[in-house]
Ligand binder design. Structure first.
Ligand code: UT7
Length: 393
């Protein structure tokens, strides 16, 4: 039997979490084991590897003494969404007036018709707008937020993070806030991180954002990249629930990182006398394309297996919006009709970490999601990185 609630924890609902934390502290303080023996320790004391969510749930439901009380944290679910696109809409035709490209090339190679770009507004401005909408839909006050995680590679500053700037702007004074740099997988990594905190019983209200001002890091003389990207932000409120996130997959292949690269800046270092560099995005489009069409379907299959859900039972697959041809190829490889893949890239372009949450908010606000629907979210890109989540709405 676990010990009773830790001193000072009055809320009965926190009883299990307190026990887990007490065990964790004991492990950290008294029983620090060599790495090789930690897995054995976890199996002995917990009966599951904490990194595996499905086994974790089995443990919670089958092996937890005493039986889980009603309302016990099993997983987490999205209870509100919001989005914001940058203020200036830029069409393919407009771009063809300033560089050697055409609406025909961009549409047929990518499916993109237009994108929204920032002028004065910042990444935090857009994240704030998306966050306010999501909090309102979830009926969560900013001051009740305990965690803010922003997936972005274009925070307004190196420090403070976009999440900290957002925390200040929202007045979410109690929230721990940090950014995740996982490029186009950023929102997926952010959700998985927030979900881990919620499943641990640590927090009850998390805000997860994907926000980017990619036009600020484009080389506007490189037509092979600058026509592809757009600026915007999407947000989701995540709360503990008995059903919601059902399965995951995520991964990285750092060896292929140079396929999508942005050095960003390198100062003039007096020790090495190297030149100062200000750099922009470079992409080996075909290499990333090949990566996407093989890794994404495999990742979705793994997440579905982790969740115990069949592809045909999924209502929508909300994918990172890089290229219509990639989405069509993923649909084909999964043997799923293309109609199950909502499209946002036609009017938003590729917004990296913002693509998935903006599209999710659009289909949510169109009333396309009903309680109990199973959906898949999947992101992929710089790193190289990828992440997929299966969830029940
Ligand atoms: O979000 C992160 C994940 N990113 C992705 O998933 C992107 C994956 N890659 C892609 O979507 C595609 O590779 C692109 C859309 C980036 C490029 O399409 P592609 O069919 O691979 O084109 P390409 O790079 O092979 O270029 C074909 C031709 C070239 O001309 P030549 O050498 O055949 O004469 C390019 O110079 O198209 C030319 N080109 C353009 N022409 C007009 C490249 N960019 C443009 C342009 N307008 N904007």
């Amino acid at each position: 039997m676990p010990p009773t609630a830790a001193k000072g924890v009055a809320d009965e609902n926190l009883r299990f979490s307190s026990w887990k934390f007490a065990q964790g502290r004991e492990f950290l303080t008294n029983k620090m084991l060599p790495i090789g023996q930690q897995e054995e320790w976890r199996m002995k004391t917990c009966g599951f590897h904490p990194g595996n969510s499905r086994k974790g749930r089995e443990f919670l439901t089958n092996k937890m003494p005493p039986p889980a009380a009603k309302g016990e944290v099993m997983t987490s679910r999205i209870t509100g969404t919001g989005s914001c696109l940058a203020g200036t809409c830029v069409t393919n035709d407009w771009l063809s007036g300033i560089m050697d490209t055409s609406d025909e090339w961009i549409r047929t190679r990518t499916g993109i018709r237009e994108r929204h770009l920032v002028k004065e507004e910042t990444t935090t401005d857009m994240a704030y707008e998306a966050a306010v909408q999501a909090l309102e839909q979830a009926s969560v006050a900013a001051e009740d937020l305990e965690l803010i995680v922003v997936g972005t590679v274009t925070a307004d500053h190196v420090t403070p993070s976009a999440a900290c700037e957002l925390q200040a702007r929202l007045g979410a004074d109690r929230a721990m806030a940090f950014d995740i740099n996982a490029a186009c997988s950023g929102f997926l990594f952010a959700i998985q991180t927030a979900d881990a905190f919620l499943q641990a019983g640590r927090f009850k209200n998390a805000l997860v954002i994907g926000a980017e001002s990619l036009s600020r890091i484009m080389d506007w003389s490189d037509r092979s990249t600058c026509v592809l990207f757009g600026d915007g932000a999407g947000a989701a409120v995540l709360q503990p629930a008995e059903t919601g996130i059902l399965g995951y997959d995520q991964g990285c292949d750092g060896k292929k990182g140079s396929a999508l690269l942005c050095v960003n800046r390198k100062n003039h270092n007096p020790l090495t006398d190297e030149e100062q560099i200000v750099d922009y995005v470079h992409m080996d489009g075909q290499e990333v394309y090949r990566f996407a069409v093989t890794t994404v379907p495999a990742s979705i299959q793994k997440a579905l297996a982790d969740a115990g859900v069949k592809a045909e039972d999924v209502k929508y697959f909300v994918l990172h919006q890089a290229n219509l041809r990639i989405i069509q190829s993923v649909a084909k490889r999964l043997h799923v009709p293309e109609e199950k893949f909502p499209i946002g890239l036609d009017h938003c372009g590729n917004m990296s970490a913002a693509s998935v949450p903006v599209l999710l908010d659009e289909i949510n606000r169109k009333g396309m999601l009903e309680k109990g629907d199973k959906i898949v979210l999947s992101g992929f890109g710089g790193g190289l990185s990828w992440g997929s989540i299966v969830m029940e709405w």
